[in-house]
Design a protein around this ligand. Sequence first.
Ligand SMILES: C[S@@+](CC[C@H](N)C(=O)[O-])C[C@H]1O[C@@H](n2cnc3c(N)ncnc32)[C@H](O)[C@@H]1O
Length: 193
Amino acid sequence: MSGEPRLDLRIAAEAVVAAGIDRPRLIEIGCGSGYYSEVFAQLVPRGVQYTGIDFSPPMIARACERYPAAQFAVGDATDLQYPDNSFDIAFNGVSLMHIIDYEKAIREAARVATRYCIFHSAPVFDEHHRTTFLQKYAYGAPVVEVVFDRQELLAISEKAGLRLVKAWQSIPYDVSAITGHRSRSETFLFSVT
Ligand SMILES: C[S@@+](CC[C@H](N)C(=O)[O-])C[C@H]1O[C@@H](n2cnc3c(N)ncnc32)[C@H](O)[C@@H]1O
């Protein structure tokens, strides 16, 4: 990574720093090719103790090849293979929007985290509007994209034992041309209660 980091990368690091834990044990859920392991190493002072999991074996193979020093595993956000309280921070890295059973994914993130959950760059409607499922063709397959009713997302998180600490507006994500309702992406920092 070189030059001025992109807004969403800076916000991801800022959310981790806001948790106030020195070198936190952090699991990135939906880590893709592991790019955020580099983001945290560069933008979080003293870095994080990073583990990344992703549904996709080819993504994990790529991550292992690219970042051999980090820990990666194939895994499902809705059924994490880790005991309760295994990490200081569960960081959902732009994957909540691709998970139909997002409520279960939120419960799982809350279960494995002792201190904080971060849902990074989650699409939300500007105004109150029901959670909407879109479909697009990406990564060589049909992919679902969830645009959340912000109130519902917060209510589900609260039900999972999470308390909102701070939210950041992340990179633009306006799909009003498709839904008829303006949207954006937000990064949420929750504490585990
Ligand atoms: C938009 S990519 C984000 C990748 C990475 N966090 C980044 O920003 O570079 C979303 C990732 O979520 C993963 N994903 C989707 N559903 C998942 C699930 N149920 N469990 C784990 N990972 C999932 C996909 O395989 C994909 O790699």
